[in-house]
Design a protein. Structure first.
Length: 193
């Protein structure tokens, strides 16, 4: 399954060409590792309307599977990415942001100052990441393994959570699921001897 992704860098200086985007390339590299293709990317200023317009366009019109934003999640007066993102989300995915902050907290107490959010709009997963390349790498490392599965669920590609594909070891089908070839010992009730 190919995941279509968008990378939105939120930076006043970056949008004016005064600062090189170093976080976007980190995201691209890491997404390639889960079979995602970045089909849209942009750099916008720290302005709620610019952020929201881009997120709406990519989720609603482009139908991207995943949108990752980088930047604008701190305490600065201009950091408005979470405020631009939250009203667009139809369903929150707080576990993603919690995992990002928990992983960052292992490295620095300042990670708790990240205000990034995550959630679902239609069939698009949107995740706010920090603005620094190191913060992006640490954050994505924490959540990337789960993002692919979440996107599969949103697409309807997963039959049942926790089950392996047919024929796979430990899955819902095969000899053990019918009790064949299974050795069973005597039943012992808990609390008895």
């Amino acid at each position: 399954m190919m995941i279509s992704a968008g990378v939105l860098t939120v930076s006043d200086k970056g949008s004016r060409g005064e600062r090189e985007d170093r976080s976007g390339p980190v995201i691209r590299r890491m997404l390639a590792g889960i079979g995602a293709e970045v089909v849209r990317s942009a750099i916008v200023p720290d302005e709620m309307s610019a952020i929201a317009d881009c997120l709406r366009e990519w989720a609603d019109r482009e139908g991207l599977d995943l949108i990752l934003t980088t930047g604008g999640t701190g305490f600065s007066q201009r950091d408005v990415t979470p405020e631009a993102t939250a009203p667009l989300l139809e369903r929150a995915a707080p576990g993603i942001s919690e995992a990002i902050r928990a992983e960052g907290r292992k490295k620095t107490p300042h990670a708790m100052l990240s205000r990034g959010t995550a959630g679902i709009r239609g069939r698009t997963l949107i995740v706010n990441l920090p603005g620094s390349p190191r913060g992006v790498e640490e954050s994505l490392s924490a959540v990337l393994p789960a993002l692919r599965h979440g996107i599969e669920i949103l697409r309807g590609d997963v039959r049942e959570c926790g089950s392996a594909p047919p024929g796979a070891q430990g899955g819902g089908e095969g000899p053990d699921s019918r009790g064949e070839g299974r050795k069973e010992g005597p039943l012992v009730k808990e609390g008895t001897s």
